[in-house]
Design a protein around this ligand. Structure first.
Ligand code: HEM
Length: 172
């Protein structure tokens, strides 16, 4: 084709030799790569940005992981109780926020969606209170079972209330 045979193109005829043209193509390619890299890093930064609720969840996550690591150990109960408080404080704050996913729900169903979300957070807070009681009483085996219950709540709630981001692992 005409465009594919640069030697026939008036701009790259005898006045402009083939190597110069290739150089042009090469710098074009470099520019495109640069643009692509910039775009994808901007997108990455965007997806790393947390919503106000995401920040509360991240704090719950850190505390919950610490609890998971030591819940069986009665010697760590004082520290476990501190982490339960962190979880409760952030869950109470989450109660005043709304999931990002609300915007994807039809207007007529949004009020129910938010009410269901709040009921889910309240249930989580109630379970955290139950966990505190068990740990305070030194009932660690019971506490382990309650932590499992909270993991299930997390899984189910995320399926319902959290936006599944492209490339993200399945709901956890
Ligand atoms: C052990 C319990 C839980 C843990 C460890 C947890 C952890 C997380 C984490 C790590 C995120 C992502 C935060 C980010 O980086 O943006 C998240 C997001 C989210 N979680 Fe949880 N979560 C738990 C329970 C719940 C419950 C009970 C609900 C609702 C009833 C819930 C609703 C959400 C929602 C809606 C988001 C998305 C944030 C937004 O929409 O702005 N989570 N959670």
């Amino acid at each position: 084709m005409y465009q594919c045979r640069p030697s026939l193109h008036p701009a790259y005829g005898p006045t402009q030799p083939l190597p110069a043209m290739l150089l042009r193509f090469r710098s074009l390619g470099t520019l495109s790569l640069l643009a692509l890299a910039l775009t994808s890093s901007a997108l990455q930064a965007q997806s790393d940005e947390k919503t106000p609720l995401g920040k509360k969840m991240a704090a719950i996550n850190t505390a919950f992981k610490a609890i998971g690591r030591q819940i069986e150990d009665p010697a760590k109960n004082a520290s476990t109780l501190e982490q339960i408080t962190v979880m409760e404080t952030n869950a109470k704050a989450a109660l005043t926020l709304e999931p990002e996913k609300k915007a994807q729900v039809p207007a007529a169903q949004q009020a129910k969606f938010v009410a269901d979300y709040k009921a889910g957070i309240q249930k989580f807070i109630d379970t955290a209170v139950k966990l505190r009681t068990a740990v305070k009483a030194g009932k660690n085996a019971e506490a382990v079972a309650i932590v499992d219950e909270m993991k299930a709540q997390q899984r189910e709630s995320h399926k319902e209330f959290r936006i599944r981001k492209a490339g993200a692992p399945p709901a956890q």
